[in-house]
Design a protein around this ligand. Sequence first.
Ligand code: IPE
Ligand code: IPE
Ligand code: MG
Length: 247
Amino acid sequence: MSLGKIIDNKHNALSKRIDKQKVPEHVAIIMDGNGRWATNKRLPRKYGHKRGVDVLKEILKASKKLGCKVLTVYAFSTENWTRPTEEVDFLINLFSEVLRNEIEEIHEESTKIKFIGDLNPFPETLKKIISSSESLTKNNNKFLLNVCVNYGGRQEIVKVAKELALKSSSGEIKPSEVNEELFNSELLTRGIKDPELLIRTSGEKRISNFLLWQLAYSEIYISDVLWPDFNEFEFLKAIIDYQSRNR
Ligand code: IPE
Ligand code: IPE
Ligand code: MG
């Protein structure tokens, strides 16, 4: 049997084990390990980030095929600004380039794209393409892709607290009215169901300031595979593991 055939068989066997009735609606992913992947291959880190984009495309397809409805990915954290300028600039250019190349297909597939985070520090070119992509796809309803950029969970929570404090001091709300529901309604993810599953690649067992409020009850799956080596097969493994949990 050819290697390709063996891989196909393994893949099919895994697909069959998935309970279509228990597919998570919302999956969040910390796409980690791009730098290590490149370094292991004696390549500059940027090659890991480039390859990481192809993997995101594969996982987006796989999650739609499976019947998920929302994918939220961590692309750039508030802490990532401390990386060398060259890497930060490369990532910012990569976001623009990928968005420019992919937005048509995203739209054709009736996928809505949203960027979550503080976009202010980004260059105008990126801000423009983000805003045109969001408005082009805003009425699409088959699938939602949230891309977290310059996102930090603590910053998001502080922003909500500030917002509620302002509303309280202006008399719009009473302090006694502050509850989880009200808090939720001010989050950047308002209106979106919390993720049932969080996947982090490359073995690190941290949340790294990702969706601190929203992940309160999510199942966590850590994969040792570096993000550029992650694929549909590894994604299905995460789903099967999730389905074995008692929720
Ligand atoms: C994740 O991969 C991508 C971003 C944070 C943008 P890393 O760049 O963190 O890769 P490692 O963790 O250094 O291997
Ligand atoms: C988390 O990965 C952020 C993203 C994937 C964008 P990092 O590599 O930045 O996180 P740490 O440094 O391991 O906590
Ligand atoms: Mg990392």
